[in-house]
Each structure stands twice: as structure tokens, then as C-alpha cells.
Design a protein around this ligand. Structure first.
Ligand code: AMP
Ligand code: ZN
Length: 483
């Protein structure tokens, strides 16, 4: 397979060649679990999922590592602002760990609903403080650190290739090029490895370290955990485009300073943003959409997955309700077509595998669509083109139904639209399902109210009302009736 991938390091398409034959080490920056993931974040994880599924289908053994940030991430990536976890815990009257647990569960519920495969390793920052301390010691021993104002800093001036990933110019690295917020920093781009002088009086999570009691800077966790689980050099590191200039730039500096090995990571894979009304998605602007809010508005999570597949990962994607409705309708036609074919074929072909390799290769004319589908993905993961090939295959009436289904299911190993499941479990939604769903939403609204998340509680009430269901709050329980 000739797979070409765009590498942010070097800004060019490059032929993909793993370090160890047949194996791929993949690290994707995971969520900061202080709130629900928004649908922009979920674009990043869906894109990672497509890449991992594609590599697995091509025969690679992929180790996918994802971190969970539950300490040390400030609202500004450059050591500025509030601590996201502490702020959220305070606002919700919970402990930091309770908040982390709650939103980690919510995150994996969202990713499961989007048919995103669970990473091979999921690692929490607070469970790897020892690894971070050992890594900082290595960086220190090699002379890349200094202490100032009670914190330990990385001295970016000592790392000659600093900023290579982000194409930072040397004059952008000098002190004073921008209003400096931390006077302890020798260079504008220096960053904290370990905080001892807490910025926050109420810092909940602190650990002993050679530099005093404190907590790690944000960037060190990704270096420490990826080195631990993937080795000192690995193949692909992924994240959103916003991480290029600071977070990933700092990760490279730390990791290469500690190991002395270059390049730490072969391919840097960055997804562009999902944008709303040409702006960045932000909580303050009230345009913070979660997967649940799409579900409450009557969409299936896979409608959103389909919507995402319609954009190339390196292009900005504009979210709109019309666009999502278009995706919903297209996915419905897709499933109708698949069910139709299954009826015609009279059976659902078994999964391609060791017993029936010929079918998975697509021996007939359907093979041409499979080839084009593979080529689209091999050329920097073009999901829009891949999706078009799936449609071409399904619309081609000259092909035999079983062969078409086999090829479509094969393609769906990467697309993850649940095509096989749709025919295997096809049945009409029963009324009991609806009652169960309403009761689940009422319970969720109760939980939201208890967590003082009134926006969410109101949005559930409104979503039910839009479906003709009226809620009546009594002293003990909430009853519902149809309009
Ligand atoms: P965070 O939980 O803020 O660390 O973000 C999780 C992931 O989502 C990171 O890889 C971000 O780069 C990515 N991300 C954040 N906002 C967006 C967006 N609007 N569209 C796509 N990816 C995003
Ligand atoms: Zn990271």
C-alpha cells in the first residue's frame, strides 16, 4: 500500500513508512475533562478514529494511546489564565477528581455513540505524575531547565530547533516580542515544567517532587505518557491545528531534550477546526454544542459522523443545522439502500476475514469502486472522495447485490457508519423504546438540575416539548404527558 500523509513537520505530503514494519505507534492528545466535549473536539477524535481504522484495515498493528488531562491545563496554553479543572470544580461544587470522573465517562459515552473505537491505551495524567517527574529530571540533567520564582522552566533558547514544527521565526522567540505575562521567563517561549509556587491558592492536587511540592505543567504529560507507552521514537502524533504552535512545539522540545533523539515523532497529523458561523466554537459565546444537544434535536450521533466524513480533515468545516439535516437524509438513503440490497441478496454476507479473503478483495466490477475508495484514503485520507465511491458502488445497478454488500461492509470498516449492524438489527423503533428514552431524558434533566446545569436542564425540557412531550414537575417526581 502506498499511503501518503500530510506531515505538519515539513508541511508536505510524505510517503508513510512506519519505524517498525507492520506496526504503528499513534498518540492523539486526549480531552481535558472539565466539561463535556463539544462537537469540534469530537471532530478531532473522529478524524483520529478514521486514520486508525484505515491503518488497521490496511494490515498494520496500531497501538493507539490517548491521554486524559485531569491536571495542569490552564485556559491559556502558554501558562496563562485559570486552571480549567479547578475552575470547573468550583463552579459545580464538586472535587476535581469527581469532575474528572464525570466528564471522562461522558467523553467515552460520546465517542462510543460516534462509533469511535476505544484507544489501545487510555492514560490519566494524575496517574502518571511519577513518569512526568522522571522525565523532567532527565531534561534537567541535560541542562535545559532553570528555576525562577519557585517554578521550574524549560529554556527554549537551549534547544536550537525550537519552533521547527510551527515554523516560528527566530525573532518571534525573543523576549519582549509580545507583552510578557510571566516575568520569570528568560525567553518568551519558555514554559513551565513544574509549578511549585501555585498560581492558585486552592490548588487541589499537589505532589512532592525534587523541586518542591507542586504540580506539572500541561505539556509534560503528553511527552511522558507517549514515551512510556510508545517508546522513545514513534510514528504519528495527532491533535487539533491549535496545538501546533505551543503544545506540540513544547512536547517536541521536552522529548528530544530528554532523549537526545531526533525526530521524536515521524509524522505530525493535525486536523482543522469545525467552525460555527465562521467563528471558533467557544463556551462563552453560547454556541457550545455537544453531541447530546444534537441528539436532543432529533439527530442520531452517526448523522454527525456522516457529516464529518463529508469534509477533508485538513479543511475547516462549517457546522450548520442545514448541513446536519443533509447528512441525516443522506445517511437514511444509504441505510435504505443497504437494507434493500440485503433483501435482494436474501442474506447478509459474513464479515470478510481469513475464511473468505477473496470476497474482501472484491473480485468483480465492485473491485473498481474498492480500488478507488482505497486510493482516496491512501491520498491523505480523503473521506469525501471515499464516501463518493461508496455511493457510486451502491448506485451501480449492474452489480450483484451480495458483492455490493460485501464491498460496502469492507469500506465501512474505515467509515464506521454501522452499515452491517443496520441490516443485522433492522427493526422499526417500538413505542416502548420511546417511553424508555423519555424517562432517560427526565432522569438526565434531574441530574443536570442537581448539578446546577440549568441550561442543559432547560434544553432537555425544550427538546421534549418540540417532540410534543410536556413535563410537569411535582414535589417528588416529574410526570410527562403528550400535548
Ligand atoms: P481540549 O479538550 O481542549 O484539549 O481539546 C481536545 C481536542 O480537540 C484537541 O485536539 C483540540 O485541538 C481539538 N479541538 C478543539 N476545538 C476544536 C474545533 N473547533 N474543531 C476541531 N478540533 C478542535
Ligand atoms: Zn498533548
Amino acid at each position: 500500500m502506498a499511503f501518503t500523509l500530510y506531515n505538519t513537520l515539513g508541511r508536505e505530503l510524505q510517503a508513510f513508512k512506519p519505524i517498525r514494519e507492520g506496526k504503528v505507534g499513534f498518540y492523539g492528545c486526549g480531552p481535558t475533562v472539565y466539561d463535556y466535549a463539544h462537537i469540534g473536539n469530537l471532530r478531532a477524535y473522529t478524524v483520529h478514529d478514521i486514520l486508525v481504522r484505515f491503518l488497521r484495515r490496511a494490515g498494520f498493528e496500531v497501538t493507539h494511546v490517548m491521554n486524559i488531562t485531569d491536571v495542569g491545563h490552564l485556559s491559556g496554553d502558554n501558562d496563562e489564565g485559570d486552571d480549567k479543572m479547578i475552575k470547573s470544580a468550583e463552579e459545580r461544587g464538586k472535587s476535581v477528581l469527581e469532575i474528572a470522573d464525570f466528564y471522562t465517562k461522558a467523553f467515552f459515552l460520546d465517542t462510543a455513540r460516534l462509533n469511535i473505537q476505544r484507544p489501545t491505551v487510555v492514560c490519566r495524567a494524575t496517574e502518571h505524575i511519577g513518569d512526568m517527574i522522571s522525565l523532567i529530571r532527565r531534561i534537567e540533567e541535560r541542562g535545559f531547565t532553570y528555576s525562577a520564582g519557585g517554578n521550574l522552566y524549560f529554556d527554549t533558547a537551549k534547544f536550537p530547533s525550537y519552533g521547527e514544527l510551527a515554523l516560528l521565526r527566530p525573532d518571534e522567540l525573543k523576549h519582549g516580542a509580545r507583552v510578557e505575562v510571566d516575568e520569570n521567563k528568560r525567553n518568551l517561549t519558555d514554559f513551565v515544567l513544574w509549578f511549585t509556587k501555585s498560581k492558585f491558592e486552592n490548588q487541589a492536587l499537589v505532589w512532592d517532587s525534587p523541586w518542591g511540592r507542586g504540580y506539572p505543567g500541561w505539556h509534560i504529560e503528553c511527552s511522558a505518557m507517549s514515551l512510556k507507552y510508545l517508546g522513545e521514537q514513534f510514528d504519528i502524533h495527532a491533535g487539533g491545528i491549535d496545538h501546533v504552535s505551543i503544545h506540540h512545539t513544547n512536547e517536541i522540545a521536552q522529548s528530544e531534550a530528554a532523549t537526545g533523539k531526533h525526530p521524536w515523532v515521524r509524522y505530525w497529523f493535525h486536523n482543522e477546526f469545525l467552525v460555527l458561523n465562521k467563528g471558533k466554537m467557544s463556551k462563552s459565546a453560547g454556541d457550545f454544542l455537544t453531541l447530546q444537544s444534537l441528539i436532543d434535536s432529533g439527530y442520531d450521533p452517526l448523522d454527525y459522523r456522516y457529516f464529518l466524513l463529508g469534509g477533508h480533515y485538513r479543511s475547516q468545516l462549517q457546522f450548520s443545522w442545514e448541513g446536519l439535516l443533509g447528512a441525516k437524509n443522506a445517511r437514511k438513503s444509504l441505510l435504505d439502500r443497504i437494507k434493500n440490497l440485503a433483501e435482494k441478496a436474501g442474506q447478509v454476507p459474513p464479515p470478510a476475514g481469513a475464511e473468505n479473503p477473496a470476497e474482501s478483495a472484491g473480485g468483480g466490477h465492485e473491485g473498481a469502486y474498492l480500488d478507488a475508495f482505497n486510493r482516496a484514503l491512501e491520498e491523505d485520507l480523503s473521506t469525501p472522495r471515499a464516501l463518493a465511491e461508496l455511493w457510486g458502488l451502491l448506485r451501480d445497478n449492474s452489480l450483484e447485490s451480495t458483492a455490493v454488500l460485501t464491498a460496502a461492509f469492507d469500506m465501512d470498516q474505515v467509515l464506521g457508519l454501522g452499515l452491517r449492524e443496520a441490516v443485522e438489527t433492522a427493526r422499526e423503533k417500538e413505542p416502548e423504546d420511546e417511553v424508555r428514552e423519555i424517562e432517560r431524558l427526565i432522569a438526565e434533566r434531574k441530574e443536570a438540575k442537581q448539578a446546577k446545569d440549568f441550561t442543559r436542564a432547560d434544553s432537555i425540557r425544550q427538546a421534549l416539548k418540540d417532540r410534543g412531550i410536556i413535563l410537569e414537575d411535582g414535589p417528588v417526581e416529574t410526570k410527562w404527558r403528550r400535548l
